[in-house]
Design a protein around this ligand. Sequence first.
Ligand code: PMP
Length: 365
Amino acid sequence: MRNMLSRLAQELEPYVPGEQPVDKVYVKLNTNENPYPPSDRVLAAIHGAVDRLRLYPDPENTELKEVLATYWNSRLSYGSPKLETENFFVGNGSDEVLGFAFPAFFTDREVAFADITYSFYPVYAKLFHCTYREIPLDEDFQIPVEEFVKLAKEETPPAGILLANPNAPTGRGLSKEDVEKIIRANEESVVLVDEAYIDFGGESVVDLVREYDNLLVVQTLSKSRSLAGLRVGYAVGSETLIDGLNRVKNSFNSYTVDRLAMAGAVAAICDESHFQRTRHLIMETRSRVTEKLEEMGFNVVESEANFIFVTHKSHPAKDLFQGLREKGVLVRYFNKPRIDNYLRITIGTDGEMDILLHALEELLA
Ligand code: PMP
């Protein structure tokens, strides 16, 4: 029966997402979802869009692109060239945007990314027949900027460089200056900066898009806008790069994002005060929990994301992961070299984090 699958399908090694268990209610700190509900305006907007569900959605997603352009233009420094709707691409979650970027720019070519980073990158690389180079993070899990800068000097520089900023699962962020150094040096390569977690303390490079034609920034509404279930992500880049993404999308399914998701996404981007309130709550909780965990003997990697990456001085991560699971708290454990003694813990509400801390106290006693 197996030979009914294409050779490609037989060879794939698909990405394994974090658990979404249905056996019981867990304190769920394993997939970096936002613990707070989305803006009330999202529900109202989705409700308002139901009437028009018999119609296909706008394949260009114009309304969302306009709202995004306004949002980003209001953040550009005075005198910078403005972003137009042609600088935006909308997809069904940023995973889909990344999935379109590979065939648009990288098929049969080489890409480079850190050895510890979002584990979807090697999956896409294999799917689209890319060779890939994994550049080791340095001792304290930081992206080695000079190693990425040096790629440009090679005889055949990679077609693509993928940087998750902040990185996952470590949570470490690069400064805007460092990201710009990599973009500027590698002008022959598409530099894709995946900013899924940027709103929790990082510095976005969206405002550099009009300056560097080789820069593609990818963002999502799944994390800081509390809309993981709605599946909306987007890219910002030069007209040429956005055209590449549109060519792939329109060769596959022109209507990637549905009417309800579009309405909800527009409402979420427009609710600035909800966005600011919830992201600050998460950052405050992150500081408090970091301090407590350090008192308990954990080393906590400095994080600019809505999760922390931790290791304990004496208790193996695998045992803590299992112990927490038995106590109804789900965190993420990666059985991979160099990080197999670490746990990635999503920042939940203060109440959820107190349950985590209490469970850990019992396990460490
Ligand atoms: N990039 C990174 C670094 C991520 O961790 C995730 C979430 N797993 C994504 C992109 C994709 O997020 P989404 O598809 O929900 O937008």
